[in-house]
Design a protein around this ligand. Structure first.
Ligand code: SF4
Length: 374
């Protein structure tokens, strides 16, 4: 990479991405990102998709970085008008040293008391440990690292090359250790697990064990996704740099497919679960609950149902059997009354009166509530 990066400050009209409800992976309801483009330039990056990368020439993605210079002020105004919930924040690519916008966004989250989730590939995030700790003391903070291999992994050299300018995995594990020692909840996103490069049992076990050794508490795993211009970019990359893998990817990702076909993911997901159990950590991110949260039980019940949804997916169950759990998790999340109160006043019938909660799911929520009382 000989080309020099160019930074383009500009003013955005809106900064806060809002979701109707928290997602079931990171438990965030909001997200805010200070830059477009990423100097790390990982070849597989989903941020090259059209909706995230408005470049005429996609080769500009790691070299022409757009800097949302008014992001902190816009975030302050937006958060002041929205209910308190977790926000995915930050981007610690090299230009953050100069612009410090991620730091300013953290300052806003601290000031307005919003809990945070951060996902990084750089130990530069440690520069702002003081703010992260302050946020964790007031509400909660989780810092995860994207890691897909270790220095000892098979194909480490190819995977290093594919991660471009991102700091090497050992630096990320060291940062994870530092965060863990500082009392910050940390873990990894093992994403994307690349077919033929990072999906061997040996690699997954190395990554998961290193995570546990570094004080990580969870491993969220997912495979590669391919979409529109990012798909074209990545397939072109394979053709020029790893042509021997192209037939495998063409088979796993037929035209228009976003994720891998067949049972590729199921095998990986199950292996990750087994290896996480062996390492004594979780393949789900435990849901943080805000101190003083009035509907804490609803959120925990929604987490239970979301976990069940994931388990059913790993068991290879039909979508028709899985969807009711997902919908019930959403309904419980959105229920305005405290679900414990509903149960204590109306029993199982009360639980079943929640939209999307039938006899079987109602019974599971009941067992959860009773179990918590014991
Ligand atoms: S560090 Fe993350 S955002 Fe940056 S290029 Fe790599 S995958 Fe994309």
């Amino acid at each position: 990479m000989g080309r020099k990066a160019e930074f383009i400050p500009y003013e955005v009209k809106a900064i806060l991405n809002k979701h109707k409800r928290p997602d079931h992976w990171f438990w965030t309801r909001y997200s805010v990102y200070p830059y477009i483009g990423c100097q790390h330039g990982c070849e597989f990056c989903y941020c090259r998709e059209r909706k995230y990368a408005p470049y005429d020439d996609l080769n500009d993605f790691p070299y022409v970085i757009k800097v949302k210079e008014n992001a902190p002020e816009l975030l302050r105004r937006a958060l002041a008008k929205n209910p308190r919930d977790a926000i995915a924040v930050g981007d610690y690519q090299p230009l953050e040293r100069k612009y410090r916008i991620s730091r300013q966004l953290l300052e806003v989250c601290l000031e307005l008391d919003f809990p945070i989730f951060m996902l990084e590939r750089s130990p530069l995030v440690l520069r702002d440990l003081d703010l992260i700790q302050d946020i964790a003391r007031k509400s909660y903070a989780t810092v995860a690292f994207s890691v897909i291999h270790t220095a000892q992994s098979p194909n480490a050299a190819q995977l290093d090359r594919m991660e471009g300018l991102a700091p090497r995995p050992a630096e990320r594990f060291a940062a994870m250790q530092a965060l863990s020692k500082a009392g910050i909840r940390t873990g990894i996103c093992l994403m994307p697990i690349l077919p033929g490069l990072g999906d061997s049992r040996e690699n997954l076990e190395l990554v998961i064990q290193r995570t546990a050794d570094a004080g990580g508490r969870f491993v969220l795993a997912s495979t590669l996704t391919l979409s529109d211009q990012q798909r074209t970019y990545f397939m072109d990359y394979l053709q020029s740099s790893l042509p021997e893998l192209l037939p495998l990817y063409q088979r796993l990702y037929p035209t228009q497919s976003y994720g891998p076909s067949g049972d590729h993911w199921l095998k990986i997901g199950r292996m990750v679960r087994e290896l996480c159990i062996k390492a004594g950590i979780s393949d789900r991110m435990p849901r943080p609950i805000l101190p003083g949260e009035k509907r804490a039980l609803n959120k925990q019940a929604a987490e239970l149902l979301a976990d069940r949804t994931y388990e059913m997916e790993l068991d290879g169950m039909d979508a028709a059997r899985i969807w009711p759990y997902r919908k019930a998790a959403w309904a419980v999340e959105e229920l305005e009354q405290d679900i414990g109160l509903v149960y204590s006043q109306m029993g199982l019938k009360g639980l079943q009166s929640i939209q999307g909660v039938g006899p079987s799911i109602g019974k599971q929520i009941e067992q959860f509530i009773i179990g918590r009382k014991d």
